[in-house]
Write a protein that binds this ligand. Sequence first.
Ligand code: AMP
Length: 375
Amino acid sequence: MKNENTLIPSKSVLGVMGSGQLGRMFAQKAKERGYTVKCYSPEENSPAAKAGVIETVGDYEDYPKLKSFLRSIDALTFEFENIPAKALYTIEEVSRETGLRVSPSVESIRISQNRFLEKEFFNRNGLKTTAYLYLNNLDGLYANQIKFPCILKTNQFGYDGKGQGKFQNFSELEFFLKSQKNVDHIIEDIVNFSCEISVVAARFSSGKILYYPPSENTHKNHILDFSIHPAGVSETIKKKAIEATQILLTALDYVGVLALEFFVSNEDVICNEFAPRPHNSGHFSMDAARISQFELQLLTLCNIELDIAKLEASPCVMKNIIGFDFSEKEKDYLEFLKKNDYRLHLYQKDQAKIGRKMGHWNYLGNKSYLDAFPE
Ligand code: AMP
């Protein structure tokens, strides 16, 4: 990366690949600090644009448009990693030509968007994963002994459980894969986990790492439903998860914010995947921490290294609002809205859809999930 130690000052123009809620919350922080924010994505009238981000609506593969966007900004970050390979090359090319600061690196995005590369990278660096098998044609299915039940995932461009399924036996799996145009999948052994946790951390250009202690995540239909901070796991598990995150950040020579997700099993942590950006499980930090994950994204991007030894955060339960338009049920939540310890964040998405994240709550305090959000 060029301009490795250059400050990106407050009147600069920051670019974001993607324009969803994560771009929106990044921009809210950046705009508070005087930056102009532009985003690039195929979506019109996006959550980011509704927070005052200047939107370039373009296909990720519209190279002239993408190039002119990249030439109009002073630094680039990502709120979304599922960006086609050719667009990533374009970003590298423009960065080489103009010295555009790109954080995190394109290489980190490449690894994170490909489950096979990601798992190989974990293992090369001594980070445990579940057993997996990469399939790029049907031969691999016949040549290998597969343990059932198993989980099949698309190797690329899957998120929130999309492109993912559980298979009970060989014929089910074979039938499914034969119906696919391209076989680019990964098969995973199922992990019998006691819980899922994640660590959100930031690494600055100097190599300095700051992290929040792990959060504990509960999924419904493969989508994060709620997250408790800090996780109710042992100190040993916390330490192992934090160490794994530090190893990953250093091995990637990462600059920016990253979240590493784990399964906890038999007093050990097993890496599932990482997100090369702020993460849904780090939303507690918006209200329960002095420095939020979006501020960390801004500071790492702009080369402003925090002069603190650790990040401070208080207990929080984060609950996602998924699949319905909050305004239609607003009255049901009046009690929360009136209280001092509940914070609401809505993303201004045009339409609610099944599985679509529309916003989230942060409850600030020590209540259990069910006490904080009675069903
Ligand atoms: P992913 O898209 O890999 O984040 O998976 C979404 C969710 O599916 C995870 O958070 C787990 O709850 C579940 N899951 C994914 N992979 C496995 C696995 N190998 N074993 C057990 N559960 C899994």
